[in-house]
Design a protein around this ligand. Structure first.
Ligand code: DC
Length: 228
């Protein structure tokens, strides 16, 4: 067998998907594509333009008209890629707390998902890609050669997010982060369209009590097994 051309990594918020995806893609010389940025870009644009998050029709229309681009990083400021919305660099803007708080309902809208899924699928089918999200192995690219579902307890994920914010010097309260993460998990896993769940043929990797190096090592072994 050859090296898997399409690798899907799914899992809940802050389970370590982005770090794993980025490092794996680098190691294999593949494109790293973090699909969450697309839902975040739509959410950011809605907040920016004063479009009500609860207005499904208006949010879907906004998603239809918004041009989202992802390019290799243009700056050496810790970013893994540039995210542009209608030509504007919003790479860091989409990590704002108000985007975090509103992205789950936006990503639950069927019209928004249909639109973004089609764009993600087109990019993924070119191959040599590590695609990260919630529904890559189940909906976006069910034909992926290797599917990883990265999991961790909600307490551990909240602790990681808390430390991330502290490191960036941003205000953070562990209990608030934990509550918000529980709420996001609930919305992401119970929504009607493409709920967060592991594909039947996904390999579940638990990232509690293991560091990023150990997870990478484990997944590289899975890639090697697939290849041999
Ligand atoms: O991975 P993230 O935190 O950047 O994702 C932001 C939101 O987008 C999150 O609420 C889940 C949603 N999402 C999704 O529904 N499907 C994807 N493929 C990626 C993200």
């Amino acid at each position: 067998m050859s090296i898997p051309a399409i690798i899907a990594i799914d899992g809940p918020a802050a389970s370590g998907k982005s770090t794993l995806g980025q490092r794996l893609a680098n190691a294999l010389g593949y494109l790293y594509f973090d699909t969450g940025v697309m839902y975040r870009a739509v959410t950011w644009a809605a907040l920016q333009r004063g479009v009500a998050i609860g207005d499904e029709k208006a949010i879907t229309e906004l998603a239809e008209s918004l041009e989202i681009d992802v390019y290799p990083p243009s700056q050496n400021d810790g970013r893994a890629y540039d995210v542009l919305a209608d030509g504007q660099d919003i790479t860091w803007e989409i990590r704002r707390a108000d985007v975090d708080a509103n992205v789950s309902p936006v990503s639950a809208y069927a019209g928004v998902r249909k639109l973004l899924t089609a764009q993600q699928r087109r990019i993924g089918l070119r191959g040599k890609v590590v695609m990260v999200g919630r529904d890559i192995g189940t909906v976006v690219l069910p034909e992926a050669d290797l599917k990883i579902y990265l999991d961790a307890s909600v307490e551990e994920r909240a602790r990681r997010r808390y430390e991330e914010l502290c490191q960036r010097g941003q205000p953070a309260e562990y209990q608030k982060i934990l509550d918000a993460m529980r709420q996001r998990d609930q919305i992401d896993s119970t929504r009607q369209v493409a709920p967060l769940c592991a594909a039947p043929d996904a390999i579940i990797v638990d990232s509690d009590h293991v560091n990023a190096d150990q997870i990478l090592e484990k997944v590289r072994a899975l890639v090697d097994q697939h290849t041999s």
